[in-house]
Write a protein that binds this ligand. Structure first.
Ligand code: HEC
Ligand code: HEC
Length: 85
């Protein structure tokens, strides 16, 4: 093997390693219950941004509070997936 081939092999292995190290999808998806059912339709018809406007109606300190360690919550649906099937 040439030196360049070995280098290429190492770079390839490194990329695979980084991909394997990525955290698995662990954030809870948007539930498919009567509270959230309409968002599945809104996301399908108008996209995520249109649906997200309503999340804070219920998800606030007076309604369904966030866990104290919740990350910044600008775009709910970037992290909490709406699973369209
Ligand atoms: C009509 C009120 C209401 C609206 C609007 C609403 N939610 Fe909820 N949500 C709830 C309630 C109540 C719960 C807790 C019980 C449950 O799991 O349904 C909940 C739970 C959740 C959970 C946690 C599920 C779990 O596995 O524990 C996530 C994630 C969530 N909502 C995301 C969203 C997002 C994103 C939106 C906006 C697209 C949204 N919700 C809009 C009422 C609402
Ligand atoms: C940067 C990513 C991110 C964004 C944006 C985000 N969340 Fe979360 N959310 C998380 C993580 C991580 C957790 C805790 C781990 C988990 O899902 O169980 C969490 C937990 C929750 C929970 C508690 C239920 C549970 O399963 O622990 C609710 C409810 C929730 N988020 C709703 C929302 C809503 C509503 C928005 C938009 C206003 C939002 N989140 C935006 C990442 C995010």
């Amino acid at each position: 093997m040439k030196k360049r081939d070995i280098l290429l092999l190492l770079v390839g292995l490194m990329i695979i390693g980084i991909l394997l190290m990525a955290p698995e999808e662990s954030t809870s998806p948007v539930p498919k219950d009567e509270n959230h059912a309409r968002f599945y339709g809104i996301v399908k018809a108008k996209g995520k941004k249109a649906a997200e406007k309503f999340c804070l109606d219920c998800h606030n300190d007076d309604g369904v509070p966030f866990p104290p360690e919740h990350p910044p919550k600008g775009r709910c649906l970037f992290c909490h997936k709406v699973i369209l099937k």
